[in-house]
Design a protein around this ligand. Structure first.
Ligand code: PGA
Length: 255
């Protein structure tokens, strides 16, 4: 049975003290998670060791880095390797967020390498895709997202893909307060699942969790997560306040 997941992406927010209180607040109100209803927290790198300690011994709530580098080690000043992420106690990494693609010019080829590095080091990858507004306006979002999935993931084996979660985040919905309608999300998620099925077969596609991201909040989460192909969310702004993030977790629990 495929997993439902609500993942927090703090982006470049919160100092260590603020991060600690946020995690304390989430843990204080956390419902009983299960193997198929999980939570992931992706703070900035400098928080990882502290957050790992806070999550120690807690079931089905795990830690993610927001990025890692494509090489194993070496002279790459300022970068963080997948093995370092793993060694600090994080089991997941976000790869290919639209902000990385846009502001840091991360290419499909680089993201494919990062994905392999992460998987080789035993991390689960949350692989992001999603179209900008002009592509949505031109109604070519299906082709656009399909190309991102093929370029970033199709070099993987079916076995490797089991450790990949896909996050569909339409760029026009990220941080804008403008959410995709549940129909738009469902249509794209079904398309992504078909794209995965065409390459890896229906069984693999049915087991792949596909999260929605983009202005997801407690008031719209339940409707989005009720769509048959929407398996949870990647949450930015609303993950920075314990009560809002818990509201979204509770929406997942009720779906
Ligand atoms: P948002 O961000 O929830 O603030 O729109 C989502 C994301 O970029 O992961």
């Amino acid at each position: 049975m495929r997993k439902k997941i609500v993942a927090a992406n703090w982006k470049m927010n919160l100092n260590l003290e603020e991060g600690k209180s946020l995690v304390d607040g989430i843990l204080a109100g956390l419902p009983a998670l299960t193997e198929t209803k999980q939570v992931v927290i992706a703070p900035p790198f400098v928080h990882l060791a502290q957050t790992a300690q806070q999550l120690q011994g807690k079931a089905n709530i795990t830690l993610a880095a927001q990025n890692c580098y494509s090489e194993a080690s070496g002279a790459y000043t300022g970068e963080i390797s997948a093995s370092m992420v793993k060694s600090v106690g994080a089991g997941n990494v976000i790869i290919g967020h639209s902000e990385r693609r846009e502001y840091f010019k991360e290419s499909d080829a680089l993201l494919a390498k990062k994905t392999s590095q992460a998987l080789e080091n035993g991390l689960r990858v949350i692989f992001c895709c999603g179209e900008p507004l002009e592509i949505r306006d031109a109604d070519t979002q299906n082709e656009f997202v399909e190309a991102q999935i093929k370029a970033g993931l199709f070099h993987l084996t079916a076995e490797e893909l089991k450790n990949v979660v896909i996050a569909y985040e339409p760029i026009w919905a990220i941080g804008t307060g403008r959410t995709a309608s549940s129909q738009q999300a469902q249509d794209m998620h079904a398309h992504i699942r078909n794209v995965v099925a065409a390459q890896y077969g229906k069984e693999v596609a049915d087991d792949t969790s596909i999260l929605y991201g983009g202005s997801c909040k407690p008031s719209n989460a339940a409707e989005l997560f009720s769509c048959p192909d929407v398996d949870g969310g990647l949450i930015g702004g609303a993950s920075l306040k314990a009560d809002e993030f818990l509201g979204i977790i509770n929406a997942m629990m009720s779906c």
